[in-house]
Design a protein around this ligand. Structure first.
Ligand code: ADE
Ligand code: ZN
Length: 334
């Protein structure tokens, strides 16, 4: 049973965490017809490109700082109820600009939601600003400049999500230089829709401590060796990978093989309701569909906390909650 295990995740897109009930309530609030993207069986999309369109349509239902506070605290309450002690939320202040709310108000709403959730459940959370690759390099650079300028205490990382097939990592490297210079942690979506070359590009040009997905690194043994040597953490999202048909089923999913190759990995939900999943389900699948032991699963939670973009005091407190590592003699009864 994984329900009782403490959990952590470092890869979940905020708008991608909106449950259909919340999306319906928002659509009603603003008088928007969402029958094209939300049916009786959930969000409607057939492939990665349609998923991105559906995602942007759901994002457009959140329009005020209060909408964002509600979305954030609703998601964090769901996580806390599943014994999650830490969450990193990927957000796009650019979206705040697109809907006329403004990036500052967008971020204020998200941080109000984080504070409210911390007060009611104790869950700790941080914000990762992302650039959306399919809006082009200028917008991704603008997102990095915003994240650097904001100097917001909860904004601790920078990411790039979106259409991985658009351009090459080199076109976006400047954005990561800006974020690195500002002291933000770096992670980038790579090796999800595109193959191992995209992860090599990310390592060479961005030098991130983590990679979003990175699962197609399995196609290149030299790359696995490089990831293991660098200690780069892959933010693996198995349910997302199966839903988006990156792999046909859990038997073919490379999580176990990546771990066996010495690559550091952890479990994440990505855009949970879009993929009919949740962080709790990802943990359950790791146990039931992928045969990981509780110690192995706790080890992945530990990896997420070790790789989290937080100050060392917070990391220490979170790791202490998780308890000693399996095999550590302090874990043995006296
Ligand atoms: N944005 C939201 N989810 C994503 C994913 N799985 N890949 C790339 N961009 C995303
Ligand atoms: Zn993602």
């Amino acid at each position: 049973m994984t329900a009782d295990l403490l959990k952590a995740e470092i890869h979940c897109h905020l708008e991608g965490a909106a449950r259909p009930e919340l999306a319906r309530a928002q659509a009603e609030k603003y008088g928007i017809d969402i029958s094209g993207i939300l049916g009786d069986r959930g969000y409607v999309w057939r492939d990665f490109s349609e998923f991105l369109v559906c995602y942007d349509a759901v994002a457009s239902l959140f329009r005020t700082a209060d909408d964002y506070a509600l979305l954030t605290r609703t998601y964090l309450a769901e996580l806390a109820a599943a014994n999650t002690i830490y969450s990193e939320i990927i957000v796009s202040p650019d979206h705040g600009d697109r809907i006329g709310l403004g990036a500052d108000a967008y971020l204020a709403g998200v941080s109000d939601g984080i504070e409210a959730a911390r007060e009611s459940s104790g869950i700790e959370a941080r914000i990762i600003v992302t650039g959306e690759r399919h809006f082009g390099p200028e917008r991704v650079i603008a997102a990095a400049e915003y994240a650097a300028r904001a100097r917001h205490p909860l904004v601790t990382g920078f990411n790039m999500a979106g259409e991985e097939r658009m351009g090459r990592v080199a076109d976006y490297a400047r954005a990561f230089d800006i974020a690195r210079e500002a002291g933000l942690g770096l992670t980038i979506h790579a090796g999800e829709v595109c193959g191992a070359f995209s992860v090599w590009d990310a390592l060479d040009l961005v030098r991130p401590s983590r990679i979003g997905h990175g699962v197609r690194s399995i196609e290149d043994r030299a790359l696995l060796e490089r990831l293991a040597e660098l200690g780069t953490v892959l933010e693996v999202c198995p349910g997302s990978n199966i839903a988006l048909k990156v792999f046909p089923d859990f038997d073919s999913h490379p999580l176990r093989a990546l771990k066996a190759a010495g690559v550091r990995v952890c479990l994440n939900s990505d855009d949970p309701p879009f993929f009919r999943t949740s962080l709790a389900r990802e943990y359950a699948l790791a146990s039931e569909a992928m045969d990981f032991t509780q110690d192995e699963i706790n080890g992945m939670t530990r990896t997420a906390l070790e790789a989290a973009f937080v100050d060392e005091d917070t990391r220490g407190r979170l790791l202490a909650k998780l308890g000693p590592e399996a095999g550590d003699e302090r874990a043995e009864p006296a």
